[in-house]
Design a protein around this ligand. Structure first.
Ligand code: DON
Length: 304
């Protein structure tokens, strides 16, 4: 099991990489972050959390929310109702690409690219009267932190620059694969992305992925089989068109967000969250990926 000193070593080793990536600026409010931040937290299945660097500083979780959304959808629907609307394959395209959605007649490749996450948000919208409220409730319970909030400034900034996500949603609607009002679903989706959490919150909240679907709070959120399936999808699609490189270097199922966070798990053992805002060309945290690589190397662990 990792120790505090190991996390400190990882942070020290990776810190020189700060300055080599680029903070996401296509959502203007995200560009206001201090680019030199770097944090890591680990939660083991005995319920212990340790961290190093800026691991207690909240950041915009962005696409990491797509894991919570899919989990919530799995609790609301039969599996065929989800997988008839979104696929399970890596996309090989950038996370907000439109071309594949057109070529593949409105059915996105997987639930972690924006198109797929918008389908999941549409599904959630159809079943819940207050989806944003429910999402916050779940995330607060999973992390044990009742003060987690939506960053209204980031959500509004996303909404003001929503042309691409709106285009994706309308394209899917034109193929009959989108049921609710596009603006309503975008509003929910942007809020999910705009949740502010720190590395400790996220490593705790994701523990169910390492613990056969059982949360840190002791709730069986999804079944052991669904958890295994979720981890398989994360390993193949969680890092978008950087998934192969991430599997090669890190060797854990993971999910990134353009806020610079990445969560990753070793099933049966632990969940990890790293954060560093500067991104590589695929939109994944540059120093964060290096930190996870260093962590796995030093620990001698990988799922492969
Ligand atoms: O919809 C978007 O583009 C953002 N709210 C989320 C994108 C994201 O985090 C992709 N991850 N690397």
């Amino acid at each position: 099991m990792p120790e505090q000193a190991l996390l400190e070593q990882v942070v020290d080793k990776v810190r020189p990489l700060l300055g080599q990536g680029k903070v996401a600026d296509y959502i203007p409010a995200l560009a206001n972050v201090n680019p030199k931040k770097l944090g890591i937290a680990v939660t083991t299945i005995d319920g212990t959390t340790i961290g190093a660097g800026d691991y207690l500083e909240p950041f915009s979780i962005q696409s990491i929310s797509k894991v919570f959304s899919l989990t919530l959808a799995l609790t609301l629907y039969e599996e065929h109702e989800i997988w008839s609307r979104v696929g399970k394959e890596p996309s090989g395209q950038s996370f907000n690409s439109l071309v594949q959605v057109e070529l593949e007649r409105g059915v996105p490749r997987n639930p972690f690219i924006n198109a797929g996450a918008l389908i999941i948000a549409d599904l959630i919208q159809s079943r819940l009267g207050a989806p944003k409220h429910r999402m916050l409730e779940i995330v607060r319970e999973l992390s044990g932190n009742p003060s987690i909030l939506y960053d209204k400034v980031v959500a509004a900034s996303e909404y003001e620059h929503s042309a691409r996500n709106a285009a994706i949603a309308y394209l899917m609607k034109s193929f009959g694969n989108f049921n609710n009002d596009v603006d309503t679903v975008l509003h929910s989706y942007f809020h999910y992305c705009a949740m502010r959490m720190n590395c400790a919150d996220l490593s705790k909240a994701m523990l169910y992925l390492a613990n056969r679907g059982k949360s840190l709070s002791g709730r069986q959120l999804i079944s052991p089989v669904q958890t295994r399936q979720m981890n398989a999808l994360l390993a193949t699609s969680g890092l978008y068109d950087g998934a192969g490189e991430f599997a090669y270097r890190v060797g854990m199922p993971g999910k990134s967000g353009v806020g610079g966070g990445i969560i990753a798990v070793i099933p049966g053992d632990m969940s990890v969250c790293v954060w560093s805002p500067e991104l590589d060309l695929n939109g994944n945290s540059l120093a964060g990926t290096a930190a996870l690589e260093e962590f796995c190397q030093r620990l001698g662990r990988s799922i492969f």
